[in-house]
Design a protein. Structure first.
Length: 183
């Protein structure tokens, strides 16, 4: 395959590249083959490979160059996006601040409830052995019953509250799957 056939076939393989990239590649290989000082009938593919192989290399190089260029453009766009997010955050402050205070209040209430339940369970655990030292059978039964109910209720409430908190936090941190239009 001579130089003209090679360049014509290479141009055909690069038809989906942007015109500027295609013209640069054809011009480069035209000058490169001319510098090799091959005769008009000498096979170019022995030195360079087939037009398909050369086109594959050119396409991968152009693609990489455009990806790098897109990355640079995204960084500039990312900076502008950050500025807009800061402005949006400032403008949404009258709504987001009370919601944040409400969330912190709920967290505080849950922590206090958790501690109260632990204290109730602890009081029940202390009341059970105390039942041995009180006078009278009725007082012993009452104190033992109070201790068992408090201990059981406290442990149950701690378990329920921890399960509720775990479910709430997992729901808040759960990443939602966004359906693609290509699915």
């Amino acid at each position: 395959m001579n130089k003209e056939q090679f360049l014509r076939e290479l141009n055909g393989k690069l038809k989906y590249l942007p015109e500027a990239d295609r013209n640069d590649a054809i011009r480069f290989y035209d000058e490169y083959i001319s510098e090799m000082e091959l005769s008009d009938e000498e096979d170019v593919t022995t030195k360079l490979g087939t037009p398909k192989e050369v086109a594959s290399d050119i396409i991968s190089q152009c693609t990489q160059r455009h990806i790098d260029n897109e990355t640079e453009q995204k960084t500039v766009k990312g900076g502008a996006t950050t500025i807009w997010l800061v402005i949006l955050g400032i403008l949404s402050l009258p709504l987001s601040l009370p919601l944040a205070i409400l969330a912190l209040t709920f967290i505080f209430v849950f922590i206090v409830l958790f501690l109260v339940m632990i204290v109730v369970a602890f009081a029940g655990a202390i009341a059970i052995p105390y039942a041995l030292f009180v006078h009278g059978v009725a007082q012993k039964i009452f104190t033992l019953g109070y201790g068992l109910v408090s201990l059981g209720g406290g442990i149950l409430m701690v378990y329920v509250l921890s399960a509720v908190l775990k479910k709430m936090f997992s729901a808040m941190t759960k990443k939602k799957r966004v359906r693609s239009i290509y699915e």
